[in-house]
Design a protein around this ligand. Structure first.
Ligand code: CP
Ligand code: NVA
Length: 304
């Protein structure tokens, strides 16, 4: 492995510090307000985007963001690369490293992006893995911060599958110190890596198997699909998760000014009821827009 130690990646939220996250949020706010439209911090930088899974928001917002920052995005679906025919990820990384100035990867195992990053002599950003979705969770907290003007005193309640979004919330809680409750079925486990990071760094979150307890006085309620990309449709799993649906009961127990967030795409009638999704759709589509602003701030920090 030839990667210089000084290269900064964003493979998970664990790669950031609290002050960097506030700096990203401040920059994102300025990007959103149109205050820094003339600066081109990625001028002439070629950024590869290697996606091994589907994407609407992450792909388009990163691609547009790179263009707005003066860089040149190259989108590569793994199907179009020799990677899709079995070329090792470490060889792909060593070749692309000679052409590109940075990469955004969406893939399966976290070990796969870690291996890519180890052999790619330029910075790498995680655009979602089975384990984490750091750019998304930063966008979500930014959206909550924008509305609530607070982070430390927020109660954020996540309902449903303890997946890449839940793991990312656990990481972010360690750094930002809000109150986090994860409402999950009794026989579902929190990922060991996310748990270990929280323990090591003195984070704290509550695991609840009780939807009403989790919802009580929440400032932010959030969820994600029950079946993530790369997982088989599993009716038994969906059945166990259904009692954790965000519905009217959850909203009634939460604070009066609660907001609902969802990274999208949504499965109406599974993780959230149709009514509640539509009622809070303005929050959710603001969150989708915020991906562009937050990711520009992330890219400026990692690639510029
Ligand atoms: N939220 C999110 O990552 O959406 P996409 O899968 O469309 O990129
Ligand atoms: N947990 C979902 C998030 C999609 C943006 C997935 O991995 O498919």
């Amino acid at each position: 492995m030839n990667k210089a130690k000084s290269i900064k990646n964003l493979l998970s939220v664990q790669d950031l510090a609290e002050n960097e996250i506030y700096a990203i949020f401040n920059r994102a706010k300025n990007f959103k307000g149109g205050f820094i439209s003339n600066e081109k911090p990625l001028s002439d930088k070629k950024i590869g985007m290697i996606f091994e899974k589907s994407s609407t928001r992450t792909r388009v917002s990163f691609e547009v963001g790179i263009l707005e920052l003066g860089g040149y995005p190259l989108f590569m679906s793994s199907k179009d690369l020799q990677l899709g025919r079995g070329e090792p990820i470490k060889d792909t990384a060593r070749v692309l490293s000679r052409y590109l100035d940075g990469a955004i990867i969406r893939t399966y195992e976290q070990e796969r992006i870690e291996e890519f990053a180890a052999y790619f002599n330029k910075p790498v950003i995680n655009g979602l893995t089975d384990l984490y979705h750091p750019a998304q969770v930063l966008t979500d907290l930014f959206t909550a911060y924008e509305v609530k003007k607070d982070i430390k005193n927020l109660k954020i309640a996540y309902f449903g599958d303890p997946n890449n979004m839940a793991n990312s919330w656990i990481n972010l809680q360690v750094l930002m110190g809000f109150k986090l409750v994860l409402a999950i079925p009794e026989d579902f486990k929190i990922n060991e890596k996310a748990l270990a990071f929280s323990k090591e760094r003195g984070g704290s979150f509550i695991v609840s198997h009780n939807k009403t307890e989790a919802a009580k006085d929440a400032d932010v309620v959030t969820t994600d699909v029950f079946i993530s990309m790369g997982q088989e449709i599993d009716d038994a799993k969906i059945k166990k998760l259904m009692p954790f649906q965000i519905d009217e009961t959850v909203i009634k127990l939460a604070k009066d000014d609660v907001i609902f967030l969802h990274c999208l795409p949504v499965h109406r009638g599974e993780e959230v009821s149709e009514d509640i999704f539509e009622k809070f759709s303005s929050n959710v589509f603001e969150e989708a827009e915020n991906k562009l602003h937050v990711q520009k701030a992330i890219m400026e920090r990692i690639f510029a």
